[in-house]
Design a protein around this ligand. Structure first.
Ligand code: SAH
Length: 231
């Protein structure tokens, strides 16, 4: 009987109940995020709940929860927690939203959005990263996040329009298909600028009648938006 119970327990992936990780997350949110002015309660709750260390498994947990981006292989990085929080808050995500992400990477930003919105469609150009993120998100139970291995320049036309779009690699100019795929009343957050040069976090809004407005918000540094021939 004892063996049977143990067998059943082993089949179920353990939730992240580790006090150590919860404490690291609470501290991360308080010091790096709320402490730096992100006050959206829904965003803070999502960051308190997503097990960031599972998205950066090659790093010790203390490092995964520290105030910096980290390498995830293939010359890519998982963004700094503060940047993830700030960009998520800028999207003003709602529980009924359908969201497009370009640049799945580790899948962390997609998971944070998955905690908040109805569904997340996320596109990653590097096949190995797309495959790892797909497995990881599935294992962690994010059934409302779908990963596709493709060039995000084209967006995801079959699922458009999107209430919100987030781009986590920096294009030199905003890909026109993404603006087209933004719903009326939608918001897009995208770092824009040259590779390794001065990039601006940019908020693009589309009004109810379809007028597009863009506003540069802050200097940032993101990995470059890749084009298929470079990959
Ligand atoms: N959001 C990620 C961080 C991503 S780093 C996270 O939470 O971990 C940027 C990612 O964008 C990289 O994985 C990179 O491979 C991807 N990328 C770059 N150019 C792309 C393109 N044209 N289409 C889709 N993904 C792209």
């Amino acid at each position: 009987m004892g063996t049977l119970v143990l067998g059943a327990l082993l089949l179920v992936p353990p939730p992240d109940t580790s006090w150590k990780h919860q404490r690291l997350r609470a501290q991360m949110v308080e010091e790096q995020i709320a402490g730096r002015g992100v006050s959206d309660a829904v965003v803070l709750a999502a960051l308190r709940s997503v097990p960031r260390h599972r998205f950066a498994p090659d790093h010790p947990p203390e490092r995964a929860y520290s105030d910096r981006p980290l390498p995830i292989g293939h010359e890519q990085t998982i963004s700094q927690p503060y940047i993830v929080a700030r960009m998520t808050a800028l999207l003003g995500p709602d529980s009924t939203d359908r969201v497009l992400e370009i640049g799945t990477g580790s899948g962390y930003q997609a998971a944070v959005l998955g905690e908040i919105v109805d569904s997340v469609y996320t596109v990653e150009i590097i096949p190995e990263l797309a495959a790892t993120a797909t497995k990881r998100l599935h294992r962690l139970g994010y059934r409302n996040v779908v990963v596709r291995n493709a060039d995000g320049f084209r967006g995801w036309p079959e699922q458009a329009p999107f209430d919100a779009i987030i781009v986590t690699a920096a294009p030199e100019a905003i890909p026109p298909p993404l603006v087209d795929q933004l719903a009326d009343g939608g918001r897009m957050v995208v770092p824009v600028g040259p590779r390794g040069g001065s990039q601006q976090l940019t908020l693009v809004t589309k009004s109810a009648n379809g007028t597009v407005d863009r506003r540069a918000l802050a200097p940032v540094r993101f990995v470059p938006f890749l084009h298929p021939e470079e990959n």
